[in-house]
Design a protein around this ligand. Sequence first.
Ligand SMILES: Nc1ncnc2c1ncn2[C@@H]1O[C@H](COP(=O)(O)OP(=O)(O)OP(=O)(O)O)[C@@H](O)[C@H]1O
Ligand SMILES: [Mg+2]
Length: 208
Amino acid sequence: MPVIALVGNKGGAGKTTLTVNLSVGLERHGRVVILDTDPQGSSAQWRSIADDDKLPPVISATESLVEMVRDLEQDNDYVVVDCPPSVQAPQTLAILQVSDKALIPVQPSPFDLWASIHIENAVTEARASNPSLQALLVINQLEPRTTLSQLMRDALAEIEVRVADTAIRRRAVYRASALEGRSVYGMGKRGAEATAELNQLIEEVIRT
Ligand SMILES: Nc1ncnc2c1ncn2[C@@H]1O[C@H](COP(=O)(O)OP(=O)(O)OP(=O)(O)O)[C@@H](O)[C@H]1O
Ligand SMILES: [Mg+2]
């Protein structure tokens, strides 16, 4: 069953935001569990302030991750893994060994994108033992009413990892929902545009 990892080499790119929101959106496609492997524990913290029992459970673990993933795969359709902000972290390296898909959120700045060249190398190395690993860059925090600059397009072209067609915009509702221990799916009308873009990304990830 698909193991989807949110990975990256840059703090604040949106790994945790996408972990929790994609997980809630994925619940329409099956049973979902979140595995929080980041010692910062942000996904677990989000779940601990949530008062909605229907949100996906979050399991925290920073060691024995291969076994943990294999175990969680037994009872779930999707295992969504939040990773620490480093590709050298032992957690990221272990998770790339057992993931079907690595999603790499990047902010639409060439500096952030260049930092993800390291992830390209990590993915290539992980493929030596996990040849079917797929990787997808996801532009996150795209400013509304702006399009990707030419500089950004040039930077993207230098990286050999596929870029998702769906970009996630910068929207206040992503922060507001997290503060309340919710996902954008639990924000009613305020979350409508965010849930629409997430659903589109989910379709893309599922068929990738
Ligand atoms: N699309 C978005 N629109 C608005 N705010 C966002 C968006 N994505 C992320 N954020 C905000 O940006 C900040 C960083 O996001 P997040 O914590 O998800 O990144 P991260 O990659 O998990 O960071 P870390 O590397 O520290 O684990 C958070 O305050 C989050 O609410
Ligand atoms: Mg995080």
